[in-house]
Design a protein around this ligand. Sequence first.
Ligand code: OSB
Ligand code: MG
Length: 373
Amino acid sequence: MKVVGVSLYVTRLPLVHGFETSSHRKTHLDHILVRFTDESGLEGWGEIASPSSPFYSSETVDTAQLIATKYIIPAVIGHEWETPDQLATTWARVRGHEFAKAGFDMAAWSLYSASRGESLAATLGGVRESVAAGVSLGIETSIDALLTEVTRHVDAGYRRVKLKIKQGWDVEPVRAVRAAFPDQDVHVDANGIYDDTDETTELMRSLDQFGLSMIEQPYGPRNFAAHAQLQSRLQTPICLDEAVVDLDDIGTMIALEAGRILNIKVSRMGGLTVAVAAHNITRDAGIPVWCGGMHEFGIGRAANVALSSLPGFTYPSDVSASDKYYERDIIDPPVTADRGMVRVPTDVGLGHTVLTDWILQNTISHEHFGESR
Ligand code: OSB
Ligand code: MG
């Protein structure tokens, strides 16, 4: 196959409910949508779900656009490939910039699965007809407001609730949620905000009493040693997110016993090709995984659902329904959850129609490279 045309759309959607993590609050997202056209006129879509500011990782929408236009697109256009991993070799020598790469890798997989006349999930090796969905709930202005959000999503049937925590918003909100929902699968995510101190160790040990299914990324992204030491002192499993951006990091995580669970994010790891490899490695190592999210629009969300259908994804993924995030998604039908289960599409490619007109109506800038079709 050969990609002959690439379009980039910087598209903005407002969130239905503002979202605050330990680093900042957001009310809308700008994601870069990637459209491939091959020589036969087939289409593939991908999504660069980088945040606008470099507070989750060092990438931003602007850096992704720069890397895409300067390094990835010139290498992709006209390159002959048979499988997505072959196309991924064209950007392999670019260090870092995983979010940017992920958008292109996703477009390659969606084009590739469409060309095979199969669903994306089947092409990736998926085995599930539906996947269990969790929700990720941001920091709220009060514990009452948080309980309202938790209640709404537990009532909707979501299988797991993740609470964002930071200093001053950790033990008390968790205590309140646990008291109100004693049997609910609950976990917390610190997005790397805590310092490696005795005080943090004590705080994390006090979270042990709540029977959380995991504590996600308490320490900074590079601090495997601190995670390993904390894990040896906790009953609750530590789950790594920001720390693991490539397969070597999984090796480090395993060698140091820096966590017992891995959040595999397509965006953070540079695409579906690496995400599938990460799934295979962790499965062989006996490390359970789930698929994390970056508030993806429908294209990235469809990729997350397809990935979550692989056998190693045994914990509920952050693949909530489109309406948890956006009033109107950019795909039809939108992603829906039925009692916390999301059906894996069996139609060819992404399994959803991409709403190009709706994308254009919400697009801030649009660029085209190569042949136009
Ligand atoms: O740490 O998983 C995270 C959103 C933005 C940045 C980081 C994270 C998140 C989420 C959202 O938790 C998960 C979702 O897409 O529902
Ligand atoms: Mg996280």
